[in-house]
Design a protein around this ligand. Structure first.
Ligand SMILES: [Fe+2]
Ligand SMILES: [Fe+2]
Length: 190
């Protein structure tokens, strides 16, 4: 299902495993932003018929946000400041203006973010099993939902314009492959 052209860099996992409390704070913000993003997509005319589906995604992301906050509380990790993701802002910078162009690009970016989350959560499930079973179970519980969001957003773009979605997906997959190779010293999911 996931069609990425570049693997997650080898230095990502050790950096994550060595900084799990900071990663969980970053993850909390990621879910918060995913909820607001689903709501922001409702501004596009082409997505008015999808408003209830988008609300459902926003509610699910807000529930994920709350689950991460609960985890932070249980572990005595204070909720803190978010770090901007250069990978996400790099993708979003290429969203074109113009109603139809913008909605398709925006949906593709959201889809790739959800897809990369799904992929990275799967890596964490595998790697955390022997280190932190509770966290491994938690990430396993999110994989299906983020995978569905990845598919939902791509299908929404395809329903607006299938050929244009293919064309722009090609562009954004190349951009993702380029951006994911950029070094990021911070312990962030993206
Ligand atoms: Fe989520
Ligand atoms: Fe999601």
């Amino acid at each position: 299902m996931l069609l990425f052209r570049e693997k997650v860099p080898a230095d990502w996992l050790p950096k994550i495993l060595a900084n799990l409390p900071a990663v969980l704070v970053d993850h909390a913000h990621l879910e918060r932003k995913a909820a607001t993003t689903a709501l922001n997509l409702e501004k596009y005319r082409d997505l008015y018929p999808r408003v209830e589906e988008l609300n459902a995604i926003a509610i699910e992301e807000l529930q994920h946000f709350q689950l991460v906050l609960d985890l932070l509380k249980r572990r005595g990790i204070p909720f803190g400041q978010p770090h901007p993701s250069l990978w996400i802002s790099g993708l979003m910078k290429s969203v074109r203006n113009g109603q139809r162009h913008q909605v398709i690009d925006h949906l593709i970016c959201c889809s790739l973010i959800e897809g990369r989350s799904c992929e990275k959560f799967q890596i964490l499930v595998r790697e955390l099993k022997s280190i932190d079973a509770e966290l491994a179970k938690f990430y396993a519980s999110l994989v299906e939902s983020e995978g569905n969001h990845y598919a939902n957003y791509i299908l929404m773009a395809r329903a607006i314009d299938d050929a244009e979605t293919d064309r722009r997906l090609d562009f954004f997959l190349d951009l993702d492959a380029e951006l994911i190779r950029e070094p990021n010293p911070l312990p962030m999911l993206h």
